[in-house]
Design a protein around this ligand. Structure first.
Ligand SMILES: NC(=O)c1ccc[n+]([C@@H]2O[C@H](COP(=O)([O-])OP(=O)(O)OC[C@H]3O[C@@H](n4cnc5c(N)ncnc54)[C@H](O)[C@@H]3O)[C@@H](O)[C@H]2O)c1
Length: 427
């Protein structure tokens, strides 16, 4: 530690889960913030420490500690059982949760109960009841509860939203999104937790949020189909691919529908790797986005597409030799984490203790990442999960209506007279 470190305040962060997304985005964020500190005009210069981590076995934490020697400060490591309780025994300011999606809630709840600011990976949680509980705890303990949706920071998506906000593109009528992951995701990376899971919750959620955040409106219904037989048995509850349909209504009564197709069984050597495509049709325009058409395609014998990707998204997360010769890793996948930490810094370090409440409230108003703005996204995820569960039990093609007379989320099975209440309050 040199003398400049003694002069600036530091925030202490915790990390639950050190998997693929930690390695891609959190690791470079924590390393550069530890090395360079962060300057925010509202706060001044502050440092950030990765002070504690929690993982299932502790092996990844040990490997990271060894590999990152000199690039990160000392951190405590806890493994199961009770890894999160161990981590929360440390004096932390914020905790990031990047465990598999069906294990977010438990960890997130413990973080908020301990009075720490929370950043949770997408999808925040799998049901509105869980979301309500996290929101209650965040208010009760006067901390932030935020979720990571980095696609909102993609310059292309920011441009889309700007054209909508400025009314150059008027009233979206319908659209489609598709995101195809390679087989190695379902076959090896996620083998430990894939049983009973689906690629819709894992990645369609990116587009649910993009649509919800960019176009506004009220979610009115959710439908979903899917296929099985590669990752698990053809009649089981583990899904290869899903096709989700969301319907929305806007002020003035006009409607829109969006289809979101996802898969995690595309061949590992297909050129798109993670291939992403969207098309939105407006009253007066069409927006087309394609991950392979917006950027570069690069082939290197023996290395692409497995070691390096053919379609590189250098905007999301790229490692570079900068023009001045230094090396960096940057992109909107990392920027989204830094924004959250700046928000925490503003609350904790951005002024007098008496005005902390006002700063906290101001940061809660940021709808791009606050959990209070994630209701329709979580509603869509809960509905999709329920529809796929009924499908696996032998009743395909259910539909969930949102905010009808019987309740906030009501599942209707084909031919059944009565709906099944999934969530009673309004969404
Ligand atoms: N923003 C994105 O684009 C993006 C990309 C990939 C994953 N994700 C999200 O990040 C989360 C994690 O995904 P991943 O790809 O890193 O998964 P992963 O399987 O690579 O890693 C999961 C990590 O969680 C840890 N873990 C599992 N159960 C735990 C428990 N009970 N207590 C403590 N630690 C536990 C494991 O030890 C591992 O370190 C998921 O919610 C996923 O949706 C986001």
């Amino acid at each position: 530690m040199n003398t400049r470190d003694l002069e600036s305040p530091r925030l202490r962060g915790g990390m639950v889960g050190l998997g693929m997304i930690f390695d891609e985005t959190y690791r470079p964020f924590f390393e550069s913030a530890w090395r360079d500190r962060i300057y925010d005009p509202r706060v001044g210069v502050f440092g950030v420490d990765l002070a504690a981590v929690a993982t299932r076995t502790g092996r990844r934490a040990d490997a990271y500690r060894q590999a990152a020697a000199g690039r990160i400060g000392p951190f405590a490591s806890y493994s199961e059982p009770d890894s999160v309780a161990g981590l929360l025994g440390q004096p932390l300011d914020f905790v990031c949760v990047a465990t598999p999606d069906d294990r977010h809630f438990e960890a997130a709840q413990a973080v908020l109960r301990a009075g720490k600011h929370l950043l949770v990976e997408k999808p925040s949680v799998l049901s509105l009841a869980e979301l309500d509980q996290l929101e209650r705890l965040a208010r009760q303990h006067n901390v932030l509860a935020k979720v990571v949706y980095h696609k909102l920071l993609d310059p292309d998506h920011k441009k889309l939203r700007t054209l909508v906000v400025d009314q150059h593109l008027r009233h979206v009528n319908n659209g489609y999104c598709s995101l195809l992951e390679p087989k190695q995701i379902s076959g090896s990376q996620f083998a430990e937790w894939i049983q009973g899971r689906n690629p819709g919750t894992y990645v369609a959620v990116h587009y649910i949020k993009l649509i919800d955040f960019s176009f506004g409106g009220r979610l009115t219904s959710v439908a979903c189909t899917g296929q099985r037989g590669l990752v698990g048995p053809a009649d089981g509850n583990t899904w290869d691919s899903t096709q989700l349909r969301l319907c929305y209504q806007y002020d003035g009564g006009r409607e829109a529908a969006f289809d979101i197709h996802t898969s995690w069984v595309t061949p590992d050597n297909f050129p798109g790797y993670v291939e992403q495509e969207v098309q939105f049709r407006f009253d007066n325009g069409v927006w087309n986005g394609h991950s392979r058409r917006r950027g570069v395609e690069c082939t290197i014998e023996g290395k692409t597409p497995l070691e390096f990707k053919i379609s590189m998204n250098n905007h999301y997360n790229g490692s570079f030799v900068e023009p001045d010769g230094t090396r960096s890793q940057r992109g909107y996948g990392i920027e989204v984490l830094e924004r959250f930490v700046r928000e925490v810094a503003f609350v904790e370090l951005g002024g007098s203790a008496e005005e902390r409440g006002q700063r906290l409230e101001a940061m809660r108003q940021l709808t791009y990442n606050d959990l209070s703005s994630d209701r329709q996204v979580v509603a869509a995820v809960q509905a999709m999960e329920a529809i796929l569960a009924r499908h696996a039990e032998g009743t395909p093609n259910c539909i969930v209506q949102v905010n009808e007379a019987e309740g906030g989320l009501v599942l209707h099975a084909p031919g059944a007279a009565a709906g099944e209440l999934l969530y009673e309050p309004r969404v």
